[in-house]
Design a protein around this ligand. Structure first.
Ligand SMILES: [Zn+2]
Length: 636
């Protein structure tokens, strides 16, 4: 299924020239606006798009064609009532189901993936699969794109025509790491019996298949599983995409019998007017449904018990809005979540193991996974820098997804019971995808971050949907590029420890060994900040040398016989400002910290009255215990 967010598209009219309108909606319910913001509907009596008015919450035609000025007093951006739009959406779904007459139609159009996160039905995401693609012309609309043009776009090697990044076959070979080899046999063009407008209200699939079969096509070649089922039927109609009625690009099931063979799932979309219109995005998205049973990763607005529209995964997956990138010529990759479900990743990097990790761009064969104690809920990390299949991406850097195969991208609430199936944790904390502000922006992915980037306390956070701390902590992320490194570790809250002693020890005159005083620290952790205060009484501090030694033996010289005849040292040294204590950052906290004071010249004497050390720990990269559910393949 395909959803449109205010794109300007061209529509044919029975009694008028093509018109440009903005479209909002999906195959079940859509709204159209003129470029100046007036709502338009197709007026069947006039055979043209006319300005709409509202009558009791329902659109009615004003009878004024949109090529004329709007009627006086008409308001812009009219919307039907929820009751009216829901009724129309339900009616369309019911009509589809009646046509489909298929046992799997209950679940074919849901975002929620009832089959381990995938849609129900046959999964054909591995091995050689041969699809059937039928080209059709209308009586009144034809395309100059040829069968050879389409064969090239679907099956070609090193295909880059029209700025497409690859052919459809190459796209799936890339994202599946060679596991899915999807080719198409292209037939036609066949000419349908009626004008295009007729097929807004009458599904053309059966007529197109009958024309193909009548041409002598052997359907058995499309049955990769030897089940007498045609694996994938793709029907491309002449002319521009009509985001209207039964011509809205969609996939569904249809049960038609041709001898021993029957149909199952089909795709209907446009071929374009000329070969210059050919782009792979929508074809790849719809075949993601047909072959791999991927659910949609965007939010239909009205489904799975939720009526608030959000952006779901936005542009960050082929199965979200990513098929539209660069006008469909450079679709997003299939995100790591769906690649993993498709069984396309041979390598799994365990992010529950603390340490440094490397995320390579275009390494589609690898999934980086952090498991929670729930087998269905986990986090994935992926390099989505702007290159390769991400060349048209809106953001660049490291992506972190919060996944739950029982979730639905219809549900943007982010609560324990209502949450996405695959949520991008937007690094900027703005949650623009959940609030439907956009389909992605430049600050959604993680760029370079020194220190902690994601934890249970950050925004966004790494807590599980029920609020529990998952233990995932990401830190020290390097900048976008072919290779991004980052660290994982258990989130240990920063802790403070300190000690103070009052030795009142006399400093022996002119003796380099001096005196030492120690403070024992019991907290473990790594020093992120240290402050040392000393109080030394001495009439000539130019004689004195003061050093601090950490439990691991690292030494910092705090005072090095400077200051001449000045009296006393009563100073606080702080690693927060670069200086003598900088080398102590990163040292283990626990153990004996030693202060040594020596008098390196004769005559003046003094004493170490008091000193104090204050330590703050950073998080530590402690190995996480294996999650209880890890590795269990059970009921989920
Ligand atoms: Zn879809």
């Amino acid at each position: 299924m395909s959803v449109i967010f205010g794109e300007t598209l061209t529509f044919g009219q029975k009694n008028g020239p093509d018109v440009s309108l903005k479209v909002f909606g999906d195959e079940h319910y859509a709204r159209y606006e003129t470029l100046s913001g007036y709502t338009a509907i197709y007026d069947d009596d006039a055979g043209m798009f006319c300005y709409a008015r509202l009558a009791a919450g329902v659109f009615r035609s004003t009878g004024v064609a949109v090529s004329n000025p709007p009627p006086a007093g008409l308001a812009r951006h009219l919307k039907e009532s929820t009751v009216a739009s829901q009724a129309k959406s339900d009616a369309r779904k019911a009509r589809r189901s009646a046509i489909a007459n298929s046992p799997v139609n209950e679940n074919v159009v849901r975002t929620f993936g009832p089959n381990q996160g995938l849609l129900e039905g046959r999964v054909l995401s591995k091995g050689p699969v041969r699809g059937l693609t039928i080209l059709v012309n209308f009586q009144d609309v034809t395309s100059t794109a040829t069968r050879a043009d389409v064969e090239d776009m679907l099956n070609g090697a090193n295909y880059t025509r029209n700025g497409n990044i690859s052919s459809v076959r190459e796209y799936f070979q890339t994202v599946s790491s060679g596991k899915l080899d999807y080719t198409n046999v292209v037939v036609g063009p066949f000419t349908l019996s009626r004008n295009r407008q007729f097929y807004v209200n009458t599904l053309l699939v059966e007529e197109a298949l009958q024309l193909a079969v009548a041409s002598g096509l052997n359907l058995k070649q499309f049955d990769s599983q030897n089940q007498n089922i045609i694996d994938a039927v793709n029907i491309l109609y002449a002319g521009q995409t009509q985001y209207l009625g039964e011509l809205w690009p969609h996939n569904y099931s249809i049960n038609l019998q041709f001898g021993a063979m029957r149909t199952d799932l089909y795709l209907l979309t446009s071929l374009g007017r000329t070969a210059a219109d050919l782009s792979i995005g929508t074809f790849c998205h719809e075949n993601g449904h047909l072959l791999c049973r991927f659910p949609d990763m965007y939010d239909y607005g009205e489904r799975d018990g939720d009526s608030v529209r959000s952006a779901g995964i936005g542009m960050y997956c082929l199965m979200g809005a990513g098929n539209h990138l660069d006008f469909g010529r450079s679709p997003s990759p299939v995100c790591a979540y769906l690649r993993d479900l498709a069984g396309w990743c041979d390598n799994e990097i365990d992010l529950n193991a603390a340490g440094a990790h490397e995320a390579k761009h275009s390494d589609f064969n690898t999934v980086m996974k952090f498991r929670t104690t729930k087998p269905n809920e986990y986090f994935l990390v992926e390099n989505r820098s702007k290159m390769g299949l991400d060349r048209a991406g809106v953001s660049s850097g490291l992506a972190v997804y919060h996944c739950d195969i029982f979730g639905s991208n219809e549900q943007q609430q982010g609560t324990a019971t209502q949450h996405y199936q695959c949520a991008l944790l937007q690094a900027d904390g703005h949650r623009h995808l959940e609030t439907n502000v956009n389909q992605g922006d430049g600050t959604d992915l993680y760029g370079a971050v020194a220190g902690v980037a994601l934890s249970s306390e950050s925004a966004p956070n790494s807590r599980e949907w029920d609020g529990r701390d998952s233990g995932l902590l990401l830190s020290d992320i390097t900048a976008a590029g072919p290779s991004i490194t980052f660290a994982t570790g258990q989130a240990v809250p920063a802790q403070n420890d300190s000690g103070e002693v009052t030795p009142n020890m006399t400093i022996p005159d002119n003796r380099s060994t001096g005196i030492s005083s120690s403070i024992a620290i019991t907290s473990s952790g790594t020093v992120s900040r240290v402050r040392v205060s000393v109080d030394i009484e001495h009439p000539y501090i130019g004689d004195l040398r003061v050093t601090l030694t950490s439990p691991s033996g690292r030494r910092a010289v705090l005072h090095a016989q400077l200051g001449g005849s000045t009296d006393n040292i009563a100073v606080t040294y702080d690693s927060a400002s670069p200086g003598v204590l900088t080398t102590m950052v990163g040292q283990p906290m626990k153990g004996e910290w030693l202060l040594n004071v020596s008098d390196r010249a004769a005559r003046d004497i003094g004493k170490l009255k008091r000193w104090k050390i204050e330590l703050t720990s950073a998080h530590v990269g402690v190995s996480l215990p294996a999650a209880a559910g890890a590795g269990i393949s059970g009921i989920y």
